[in-house]
Design a protein around this ligand. Structure first.
Ligand code: SAH
Length: 369
C-alpha cells in the first residue's frame, strides 16, 4: 500500500482526550520526561507501573517521590475511563463494563471467561459510522474515535480486575483481545495499530498479550487491510462478510458500495500472504435474508478460490436488535448452511453467543447503555 489513505481512515482529533501515558511509545515517554523536567529513567519506571503492575493511579505508584507523582498525574494521567457499571451474565462468566470517558462519551467492553482463556471484546470508536442495518451500534452513527490510551486502558483495567480476582471465577490472566466492540477499528487506523502495539509489547513497553491472540475485525476497508498487512504484526484479521454477493452486501454492509466483495477478498488474500495468518470470516446468519443454501455454496466457493485453506468461517446467529424485524435462522437451516460451506473445503463453525441477555453480544454494545 503506497497510495495515501482516504480521509475516512483517520478522522480529525475531534474531542480526543488530553495526552495519556498509554498514547506514547518508549521514545514519546522519554520526550515527555524531558518536557516535565524529569530524568529519563522515570519513563521506564512509570511504564513498569502502568503496563507491568497495571497501575493507572499515580498516587499509588509508591516507588516514585510524591512530587513526581503529582507532576505526572496532571501531565500524563488525565481522567480516561471511569466504570459506570458492570453487568454480569452467563453465571458470571461474561461481564460487560460501561465506561464513561473524560468528556462524558460512553463506551463498553465485554470480558468473557472460558476454561482455557479469558477474552476481552473492546471498542475502538464510540459509536460507528458503517451503518450496518442489523447492528445496534451502527444505528446510532459515529460519536468519535477513541484515543490509543482509551483503547489500551480497557485492556489494562480488565487485566487488573482478573489478576486481582475482582471478576467471578477467581483470579486469572487476560489472554485474548478481540476488536469486536463498538466501532470500525480500521476507520481509526493509526490509534488502533498503536494500541495493538501497546497491548502486545512486553512490559515495560506494553501489556504482553500475544499478537496471535488478538483479532482485529473489520467491515472490509480494503486499502486499510493491505496497510495493516504491511505493519509486521501477526494479529488475526476477521472480515465481516455476511454474504458472498454484492447485491445483498451493498445493503447489509453499506461500505461494500465502495469496496465490493472481490476487493475485500483480494485484500484478505494479501493479508494472509503477508502475515501467514488464517483469515477469519464473520457471517451473521439472518433468517430468510442471507441463510439460503445457494449463498452457502457461493460463500464456500468464493472463499476457497480466494484463500484456499487459509480461511475459517464463523457463523454468528443474529442477535436481534430492539425493534428489528430480522431474526436468527432456525437451527436446521444453520446446520445446512454450515454443512454446505464445509463441503466446499472451508472450515465453518457456529460462534457461541455469550452475553445475549445483557445486550453484550458483539455489535450490541452501546445502544442500551
Ligand atoms: N466494525 C467491526 C467490528 C465490530 S462488530 C466489524 O464490523 O467487523 C463485530 C462483529 O459482530 C461483526 O462481524 C458484526 O457484523 C457482528 N454483529 C453486529 N451486530 C450483530 C448482531 N446484531 N448479531 C450478530 N452479529 C452482529
Amino acid at each position: 500500500m503506497t497510495a495515501p489513505l482516504p480521509l475516512v481512515f483517520d478522522a480529525p482529533r475531534r474531542g480526543m482526550p488530553p495526552r495519556h501515558l498509554a498514547d506514547l511509545d518508549a521514545e514519546g515517554r522519554r520526550a515527555a520526561m524531558a518536557e516535565l523536567g524529569l530524568p529519563k529513567f522515570r519513563a521506564d519506571q512509570i511504564a513498569r507501573q502502568y503496563y507491568g503492575r497495571l497501575q493507572a493511579d499515580p498516587a499509588a505508584m509508591t516507588d516514585l517521590p510524591a512530587a513526581v507523582r503529582d507532576t505526572i498525574a496532571g501531565a500524563l494521567f488525565p481522567p480516561l475511563l471511569t466504570p459506570v457499571r458492570h453487568i454480569a451474565c452467563d453465571s458470571g462468566e461474561t461481564r460487560k463494563t460501561l465506561w464513561r470517558a473524560g468528556d462524558g462519551t460512553l463506551l463498553e467492553s465485554v470480558l468473557m471467561r472460558y476454561p482455557d482463556r479469558a477474552t476481552l471484546c473492546i471498542s475502538s470508536q464510540a459509536g460507528c459510522g458503517m451503518a450496518c442495518p442489523f447492528c445496534a451500534t451502527g444505528q446510532g452513527g459515529l460519536n468519535r474515535n477513541l484515543s490509543t490510551a482509551e483503547i489500551v486502558d480497557q485492556v489494562r483495567a480488565a487485566a487488573a480486575d482478573l489478576r486481582d480476582g475482582a471478576v467471578p471465577g477467581g483470579a486469572g490472566r487476560l489472554s485474548n483481545i478481540v476488536f469486536m466492540g463498538m466501532g470500525e477499528p480500521l476507520a481509526n487506523y493509526k490509534r488502533v495499530v498503536n494500541a495493538v502495539r501497546r497491548i502486545t509489547s512486553a512490559a515495560p513497553d506494553g501489556l504482553g498479550i500475544s499478537q496471535r491472540n488478538v483479532v482485529v475485525s473489520t467491515v472490509g476497508l480494503a486499502p486499510a487491510i493491505r496497510k495493516l498487512a504491511d505493519e509486521g504484526l501477526s494479529v488475526t484479521l476477521a472480515v465481516s462478510l455476511h454474504t458472498p454477493d454484492d447485491e445483498l452486501r451493498d445493503t447489509l454492509v453499506p461500505v461494500n458500495n465502495r469496496w465490493p466483495v472481490a476487493e475485500v477478498l483480494a485484500a484478505a488474500r494479501y493479508y494472509a500472504d503477508k502475515t501467514g495468518r488464517r483469515i477469519s470470516v464473520e457471517y451473521a446468519l439472518i433468517r430468510d435474508i442471507n441463510d439460503h443454501p445457494w449463498r452457502a455454496d457461493m460463500l464456500g466457493a468464493k472463499l476457497h478460490k480466494a484463500l484456499g485453506s487459509r480461511v475459517h468461517v464463523n457463523v454468528i446467529p443474529l442477535n436481534p436488535t430492539p425493534g428489528s424485524k430480522w431474526d436468527a435462522s432456525p437451527k436446521p437451516v444453520e446446520r445446512e448452511f454450515v454443512r454446505r460451506v464445509e463441503a466446499q473445503g472451508v472450515p465453518c463453525t457456529v460462534r457461541d453467543t455469550r452475553g445475549q441477555e445483557i445486550a453484550a453480544a458483539c455489535g450490541q454494545l452501546a445502544a442500551e447503555g
